[in-house]
Design a protein around this ligand. Structure first.
Ligand code: PMV
Length: 342
């Protein structure tokens, strides 16, 4: 029996945002969300897990620094995976009894609104599944219990997280709506404006929004279902301008809700707002929508665009954005990615 595994998991960036839970404990969302899983070269988490009879305690090291293993979400993921492995007898009882050492690193800024928790928990849960002999189809709900958006990183390409209706959350799972190969020329540019940790974490931010925002109810009931339907169609048709318009409107609405939260959650900064204006200016100059922005719970921009515009957009942003020592913007490139099903 193999006692050590190493896996890599990609990030995903939502085009229809998940924001708000109906059940904090089970991490059940109030709306469906939809994301693109991105290539692992510039943006990924890598996790090694070793189980050994000589270990006296469980340990977790994140980006070279030892963290508390007894964190509720980590413990819950480990226990759920072990429970499932025990039930399905997918590995030996001895292996399940050994303590484990987890070593995980991201090759991009952690907790700065770049979906690090998504790839981090997807990676942890996938590595545990490999160690204990479970299949991929058995783990999206467990990844969700680590960090909601992590369930979408279990699949490649274009992925919808269906909120589900059941109280136990069994139907709150991620499903792939199209593989990455369906739209090969779609590219991503991440503009890292600021990689310091975000001020209000997504868990407390969304809890506060659910309690205090009036707009969030309107979004969940009237906007998201229609947007999920339309953007799914735009993806199927590879209709970039439709995809882009819905993506930008949903990012704007998500940040409007953050501002409608009391006290407000302010994630975008002046450079983020400048990027929004530049994207609209670029599209106006081109006479059609060629690039779309979206912002998670942080100031960094994620731009979706067809490959043939990458050079031109990079040149434009290099020209218009600040590039001195204090304000430089770093660019990361990516493409949608499929995940090896093995
Ligand atoms: O999964 P969490 O708790 O890190 O929340 C992610 C929330 C957003 O990134 C803002 C939106 C999303 O759908 O990924």
């Amino acid at each position: 029996m193999q006692n050590s595994v190493t896996v890599i998991a990609p990030v995903n960036i939502a085009v229809i945002k998940y924001w708000g839970k109906r059940n904090e404990q089970l991490i059940l969302p109030i709306n469906d969300s939809l994301s693109v899983t991105l290539s692992t070269a510039d943006l990924c988490s890598k996790t090694t897990i070793t189980a050994d009879p000589s270990y006296e305690e469980n340990k977790i090291v994140l980006n070279g620094k030892e963290e508390n293993f007894d964190n509720e979400r980590i413990t819950r993921c480990v226990e759920m995976i072990k429970h499932r492995a025990l039930e399905s007898e997918s590995c030996s009882k001895e292996l399940l009894a050994y303590k484990i050492h987890v070593d995980s690193e991201n090759n991009f800024p952690t907790a700065a609104g770049l979906a690090s928790s998504a790839s981090g928990y997807a990676c942890l849960v996938y590595a545990l599944a490999q160690l204990y002999g479970l299949k991929k189809q058995e783990i999206s709900d467990i990844a969700r219990m680590g960090s909601g958006s992590a369930c979408r990183s279990i699949y490649g390409g274009f992925v919808q997280w269906q909120k589900g209706v059941q109280l136990d959350g069994k139907d709150s799972i991620a499903v792939q709506i199209a593989p990455a190969s369906h739209w090969p020329d779609l590219h991503v540019l991440i503009l890292v404006v600021n990689d310091s940790k975000k001020k209000v974490g997504s868990t407390s931010g969304m809890a506060r929004s659910v309690l205090t925002s009036e707009l969030i109810k309107y979004r969940v009931e009237k906007c998201v279902p229609q947007r999920i339907h339309s953007i799914t169609q735009a993806i199927k048709d590879r209709d970039f301008s439709k995809f882009a318009e819905i993506t930008m409107k949903d990012s704007n609405q998500f940040h409007a809700i953050c501002l409608d939260t009391y006290p407000p959650c302010v994630y975008m900064n002046d450079v983020s707002h400048a990027i929004v204006n530049f994207v609209h200016e670029f599209n106006r100059n081109e006479g059609e929508t060629k690039v779309a922005y979206t912002f998670d719970a942080g100031p960094n921009a994620c731009l979706y665009l067809p490959e043939k515009y990458v050079k031109r957009v990079l040149a434009f942003f290099n020209h218009v954005l600040p590039n001195d020592n204090q304000n430089s913007v770093e660019y990361l490139r990516g493409t949608p990615v499929d995940i090896d099903e093995e």
